[in-house]
Design a protein around this ligand. Structure first.
Ligand SMILES: CC(C)(COP(=O)(O)OP(=O)(O)OC[C@H]1O[C@@H](n2cnc3c(N)ncnc32)[C@H](O)[C@@H]1OP(=O)(O)O)[C@@H](O)C(=O)NCCC(=O)NCCS
Length: 184
């Protein structure tokens, strides 16, 4: 099961079925979906957030295959502003989005630090890998800031089409060395 986590400015709460309504309102925006996996339906049909949470995300949590959080500002804890998840899926261990109004303030970097700690220190995995569209500059920058290494290149299908893709990686040992850069 997914525990609540905290960062200096964010609360990470375990995803619940009741979050579907807020996800449905805040998620379907081009700035959020363009570089997400093409499995995300676009245009985003009514009910798709509920269906994803109920039929995909929460069952994967129950199986122990994934850990899903919603992001909330500590100053407005009732308002869902994004999501982040971890997964056992080979080569695709983490995913995230946050509403465009909050981009560029270092918030997702905080969430990444919290879930990286959980991945390595609590779950005990030896390595974390994440693919991302090479064009997704903000996501790439998060990888750089948190000490990941570029280990491969491929192509993948995104909501916006097929794009060159980078595979980023960090080991537990590397994470523990980089972790000192960030506040506890
Ligand atoms: C990717 C995403 C989660 C980043 O969230 P965020 O809270 O803005 O991230 P942070 O502020 O922690 O870090 C982003 C970094 O990218 C930089 N950045 C953002 N856009 C940039 C651009 N166009 N060019 C250069 N740098 C850029 C920011 O300046 C920041 O770096 P800095 O701290 O060195 O200044 C957010 O843009 C998002 O939700 N995108 C849509 C969903 C998505 O693409 N998810 C990832 C799929 S792999």
């Amino acid at each position: 099961m997914t525990p609540s986590l905290e960062t200096p400015r964010l609360l990470l709460l375990p995803l619940e079925l009741e979050d579907a309504e807020q996800v449905e309102r805040r998620f379907p925006r081009w700035e959020i979906v363009q570089y997400l996996n093409a499995i995300v339906p676009w245009p985003f049909p009514e009910g798709a957030a509920l269906a994803h949470i109920r039929d995909v995300a929460l069952p994967s949590v129950e199986r122990g295959d994934a850990w899903h959080w919603t992001l909330r500002l500590r100053t407005a804890p009732d308002q869902l502003v994004g999501r982040i998840h971890l997964s056992r899926e080979a080569g695709n261990n983490r995913g995230f989005w946050i509403v465009p109004e909050l981009h560029g303030q270092g918030l997702m970097t905080e969430a990444v630090v919290a879930v990286n700690d959980y991945w390595f220190d609590v779950l005990g995995f030896p390595v974390l890998r994440a693919p991302k569209a090479a064009a997704n500059v903000a996501s790439r920058r998060i990888s750089e800031k948190t000490g990941m290494r570029l280990v491969g290149a491929t192509e993948k299908d995104y909501v916006c089409g097929r794009l060159p893709t980078e595979i980023w990686e960090i080991t537990a040992e590397e994470w523990r060395a980089v972790r000192t850069r960030f506040p506890r």
